[in-house]
Design a protein around this ligand. Sequence first.
Ligand SMILES: [Cu+2]
Length: 538
Amino acid sequence: MRDSRGMTRRRALGIGGALGLTAAAGLTSAGALARRPAITGAVLRSAVPLPPPFQVPLPIPAVLKPVSTSGGADRYEITQREASVEILPGVTTPMWTYAGTFPGPTIESRRGRPVTVSHRNELPVPTVVHLHGGRTPAASDGYPTDLLLPGGRQERSLHMGQGSGHTAHGSGHAMHDPRAVVTELTRDYTFPLDQRPALLWYHDHRMDFTAPAIWRGLAGLHIVRDDAEDALGLPAGPRELPLVIADRAFAADGGLAYPALDPTLRVRPGVREPYLAGVLGDVILVNGAPWPVHEADAARYRLRILNASNARHYELEAVTSDGRRLDLVQIGADQGLLAAPVVHTLLPIAPAERYDVVVDFSGVPIGGLVRVVNRLGSGRTRDVMAFRVAHKASDGSRVPRTLSADLPAWRRSDAVRVRDFAFRAGRTHAGRGWLIGGLPFDPARTDVTTRLGDVEVWRLVADVHHPVHLHLVGFRVLSRGGRPPLPHDGGLKDTVSLRPGEAVEIVTRFDGYRGRYLFHCHNAEHEDMGMMANLEIV
Ligand SMILES: [Cu+2]
């Protein structure tokens, strides 16, 4: 086993990298080991009255219709535009949207059937679309400097300079990226979707401004299905529900509050100091509605849960009116079905993670309320949503004991190399920020070079909470804190939640496509403030 050329083990560990942030997070990295904070981030308080819980019906994001299905591929069109949306009852909230809604429309597709999404940017800022969890060629993976500029000559001269490449702000430090491919007004993203069926999501990934763009609404679901999964007999149709959980805070005028250093979200990245560790809202939205309620049958439901929050972690439980905790039967992870179901009563979910869960309401009395609560929340943020069990119903669904047989069987001994990466607070060109291996993100620096098809073990270690995401590939968790993985670490993942002071080992095969990809922290504020690195597959 050997380390990569550009990232020796000593350098990757980032010794001495944990400068600053003691005021923001109340911690040094050594302190983190001792104190293990429950929350990484600071709560932004809303300045409008908040509605009572469980009044607003759970919305289901509309499924987008393709504009064409000819030639063995599906083509979609999405206009990114400002829209006024009613999130809190009676309050108008201007948002940045995909096609006018938050979340954006859901794209439903079949394994191996290519999809092209033509995005048109009518927003006041450049954008970048990334399909999170997609096995996507690099040209369509949404590299942060591959900007889609809004239309108009002014925009072009403002962002394009000499007409090639892109000058990234790089956490406040201008740096040129000669490999950037910048387009104007429209851009086609093509997804082969040659991958396991899974709940993916698309969201903005612009250099330095991903966090505020997602916060303002640029997120939507993309579901991949196949015949084998359809044949399992899992709850389906109205009993399969996507649940996009995201926290937000609202300003007095009804708009979303966000502590950006640059409210135009164009020049200076980052957030005000109290929020350097992450922005947490005081309103919990599910599918864009505050603390919604869903009227359910007394039957099994398949809940496809995404944590689309910038920084908030949840520990979810389903609790009946008489205090009973319902089983959360996990059938899938980020990258699709598990080999066999795993029963939980408490499910931790970090930003960008997904869980596919079956919950059985058949034992709940008609009229009963099942609350989904977040054990890590307090006050209003302890509630997430509720199900009102309203009808007796027949239920032909089942949860087979074998769900899939195609999970990769990579072993530690398959790895041709082991790499170490420390995810820690530190200094960027702009001041305090977040580092991988002691370095802030630089689009022009290749951090990892690997060969297509190589199996590697990565050892990831954290100071505070860092949900670490790899583009292009799924991975399996080998160990957590020097021990076997936890029950919720099973299956194929693309995001793994590092807890304060914790080391996690993952194994993956860099398969699919050659090109420039990324790995980064999916605490979106950390990501914008340096915690991202390049992964070059050759
Ligand atoms: Cu992080």
